[in-house]
Design a protein around this ligand. Structure first.
Ligand code: NAD
Length: 248
């Protein structure tokens, strides 16, 4: 049965010298940096219907609208800064090195801006694009497009699209992610509603492999049954107090 209480009612999680930690972050960790979550906007993302701007069907119907949306997200990303939760996870990576597997559902660059070097972006990265035709790797891209401007094309003639895993597409790096879920001793989700799969199933996978599972966020997630503890609070308050460094 899940233990659900305010975050300050719990002791910090003790990390032994061999503890392997898997942290999954969702839109909630970036909320205090000023990037809105889906949940808080009733399924909209910054005033757009998600299916119009984050699905292959939306891209097929109106690529200019999709680029307008991601252009605005890129412009916003240039103005936001990491909050204490992102910074605490960067410090955790400094302590644990490869014993931390940080996986994010977020496409924003706030983990990297906080100093994390190995964050795995399972839903892609806002500041990258790729050709939808050739199989060249994604590239860094900060470009923005105004209405009426020609949309970007690759030298092969294919259309350039944002490097984002849209609804209905397969998330990136799933093999590495599943391997890390099976290997971890402690699994922590921060600020994810538990409604978007496959990420919403990660807690169950880690628990079946023997890990302790902990949720941190402002409300009970939809997948609360997969967690041993739900620590309620804002990420910026709770995450800096989450771990006790018995590492050596
Ligand atoms: P979600 O919007 O469905 O859920 C966010 C969760 O965070 C909610 O449960 C909410 O209670 C919690 N929350 C809100 N404020 C919080 C805070 N200050 N501290 C801790 N928790 C807080 O988001 P999701 O579960 O990550 O799934 C949504 C999908 O949306 C993802 O696939 C992601 O790619 C995309 N998305 C990304 C961003 C981003 O990159 N920052 C923003 C919005 C949506």
């Amino acid at each position: 049965m899940v233990k659900l209480a305010p975050y300050h009612d719990f002791q910090p999680l003790a990390l032994e010298p061999t503890t392997r930690v898997f942290v999954l972050t969702g839109a909630g960790i970036s909320a205090e940096s000023g990037i809105r979550t889906f949940r808080d906007a009733n399924g909209l993302w910054e005033q757009y219907r998600v299916e119009d701007v984050a699905s292959p069907e939306g891209w097929a119907a109106n690529p200019a609208l999709v680029w307008r949306f991601y252009s605005a997200r890129r412009a916003q990303a240039k103005t936001v800064i990491p909050n204490p939760a992102h910074l605490a996870l960067a410090r955790l990576e400094d302590m644990l090195g490869e014993r931390l597997f940080l996986c994010t559902q977020n496409v924003d660059p706030l983990h990297e801006r906080a100093g994390s070097r190995r964050a795995v972006h399972m839903h892609g990265e806002l500041m990258k694009s790729r050709c939808e035709q050739d199989h060249a790797p994604p590239f860094d891209d900060h470009a923005t497009y105004l209405d009426g401007e020609p949309l970007p094309r690759c030298s092969c003639g294919g259309r350039i699209r944002p490097h984002i895993c849209w609804f209905g597409e397969i998330p990136f790096e799933m093999d590495r992610i599943v391997e890390a879920l099976r290997a971890c001793d402690l699994f922590v989700t921060i600020g994810s509603s538990g409604a978007v799969y496959p990420a919403a199933g990660f807690a169950e996978t880690a628990r079946r492999a023997g890990a302790k599972t902990v949720y941190v966020g402002t409300e009970e997630p939809d997948n609360a049954r997969g967690f041993d503890e739900c620590r309620l609070g804002k990420a910026g308050d709770a995450v800096p107090l989450l771990f006790r460094a018995a590492v050596g």
